[in-house]
Design a protein around this ligand. Sequence first.
Ligand SMILES: *Cc1c(COP(=O)(O)O)cnc(C)c1O
Length: 378
Amino acid sequence: MTSKSSQFNGRLVIDLGAIARNWQGLDKISNTALTAAVVKANAYGCGMVPVAQALARAGAQFFFVATPDEALDLREALPEAHIFVLNGLYPGAGALYAEKRLMPILNSMAMLDEWLNLCTQKGDAIPAGFQFDTGMNRLGFRLQEASVVKARMEGSGYKPQVIMSHLACADVPGHEKNGTQRALFQSLLAQFEGIPASLANSAGTLGGRESHFQMVRPGISLYGGRAIQGRPNPMAPVVGLEMPIIQIREARTGESVGYGATQTLNRDSRLAIVAHGYADGFLRALSSSNGRPGAHVAIRGHVVPVVGRVSMDSFAADITDIDTDLPTPGAFAEIIGPNISIDDLADSADTIGYEILTSLNGRFDRFYKDESGNIFQE
Ligand SMILES: *Cc1c(COP(=O)(O)O)cnc(C)c1O
């Protein structure tokens, strides 16, 4: 959001080396399956162009985005990459996809018809992927359409680059739906022999061989987020965010803090007011009240709680227990870093790391650390 950097702003640092190592780790786990990289939504808020370029340097050749505009930006950054568009073929976008070598994931009969007509027009089997829905009811042909899809495909001598589906519950490995979806996918594949298949997101990739097929599609794991609930997260952290403290204040027992007076102090307290609010992606759900604890942040290495409601531009942290080396205005609070992970924040807000990451658009400067440790701005 902020384009010029300022000594007064907070700092977001994206560790491209960690992203590269995470991709390489997943590539190892996925063994002989190709490891694609999902870089939709601005690479989960991390910055699509520098992230995709780092992934390409690490060896990634296949990328997934959600929309045509994301695909066009990625094509400019990576002229050689294989780019799939998960949302599929937008009506009328076929010529553009063909010109820019973007591969839609065809999700419906309407998309398939439009694509095959374009192929006929151009006299070329322009590459695309197919998605079948195996139990999520989001995108993809219904399984009952498999024979029609097959007939259309064979009728025009067309072969997709990949047949994919998506797991609804991969983050809970014991969920019975995983096995159900996998079985449905397998019986579908029996009808499309010889075409590469893809099922696994990050959780599916980390969850075991049986979901890998010929290509895996990790997203959140690349960015250091937890993919599987209730298991230690093996990925390297990628994101660091620190925001400035703008005031230190003393408050008394019985006083309340913040909008709605949701939290009353039960001791004389010292508060650090941090210039970071919900307008910057520090979700209001991270607020604390007397009934419910909120997020924690780290100040001078001490993990301290948020007090009261998060405002648009700031929140209060309770630093009463920091007794030496007190922070002063201008010092930084660690929002995400060695002491606070994106999943810690997600848990505090009753959400997932994905939402914490994609919400990080705020009044801070954005830096990248490259594979050699050099810091640069985009
Ligand atoms: C977003 C997405 C992924 C990546 O999921 P993660 O859980 O972030 O690894 C893979 N496949 C599809 C279809 C997606 O929409």
